[in-house]
Ligand binder design. Sequence first.
Ligand SMILES: [Mg+2]
Length: 156
Amino acid sequence: MSGLVFYHRPHNPHPAFEVLKSAIEINGEHRIHREFNEFIVDQYVMADSLTSRVIAIDFDNTITADVDFYLDLIDAYRAHNWEPIICTLRDDLHGNLEEIHDKVHDAGIKVYTTDGKRKRAFMLHEGISVGLWIDDYFPGISQCGTPFLLNNGIDY
Ligand SMILES: [Mg+2]
C-alpha cells in the first residue's frame, strides 16, 4: 500500500515526531493530516510521555501497510537515540512473534503482545511509559475520553 495518511495533532509538540516527519518527506508517498477524520486517516501518531525515548509502533495495518517505510523509520529512530519497539494486540502464541520478527528482519527489536488489552495501560503496567505511539487503531491504545486521547485532538 502507498499513500498513507498520518494523523498528528498533539497539544504539545513532541520531539519524536520530527523523525517521522522527515522520514515521510524523504519517502515522498505519504502525508500528514492535522484534522481528526477516521475516514481519511490511516495511521495515528499520538504523543504521550515527553520524557520517554520509547516509540511504540503497531504491527498489523501499521508496519504491514508499508514494511519498507517502517524499516527505514525504525533505523532513523535508532540513529537519533530513540528506542523503537513493536506493540501489538496479538498474543504471543501461534508463531506470532516469529512472524513479526521475520517481517521486520530484526530478531532484536522488542515486541510487546497485549493479547487484546489496551496498549497504554498494558505498557504502564509493564513499567514502560511511551513517548510516541504509531497505530492504525487508536481505541486499541486507550479507551475513549481519556486525557491521552484528548491531548491528541481526539474528542471521542
Ligand atoms: Mg493495527
